[in-house]
Design a protein around this ligand. Sequence first.
Ligand SMILES: [Zn+2]
Length: 187
Amino acid sequence: MNVFLNPGHAPDGNPDPGAVNAETGLRECDVAKAVADLAEGYLKEAGVTVVGNLQDDSLAAITDAANESGADVFVSIHCNAASPAAQGTEVCIYPGSAEGEKLGGCILAQITDALGTANRGLKVRTPGVNGLYVLSHTDMPAVLVELAFISNEEDAELLSSRQDDFARAIARGVTDYEQMQGKKTKG
Ligand SMILES: [Zn+2]
């Protein structure tokens, strides 16, 4: 299986760091990059081919690269932000994508099991309503993982101190999905 990873927001936060924790200064772009790089290593160890790991402020460049990469699945990695009380993990998917739903479910289960974050479920993001560019413009099953809330004190601590566990969980989610595919294609 070929995987394309997309840590969210701009490299080194320039010009777009994504969400930032007001107290600690922890930046979404840095968490996403660290987790994606660690996940790339774990995926490779598991025999999964990582055909891209691209962080860029041009979303069109990312989806063009993904569509040309031969990726079977696309995984974008982000941190959520809202009021300080909001916490937990959610995975955004494209409407009507059964494969995106399966992949998202596998990753969501692994992260919430490993980190103990609240399971906020799969979130369908509909173009023209609340669509997400990287889900709408990729040709393959795609998910956008909101690891946890960088704006919440407990979640931000996990995002800072347990990046390796988030990365392992993403890699396990992908291989869980791959095994589901294998079973299906073997009848
Ligand atoms: Zn983001």
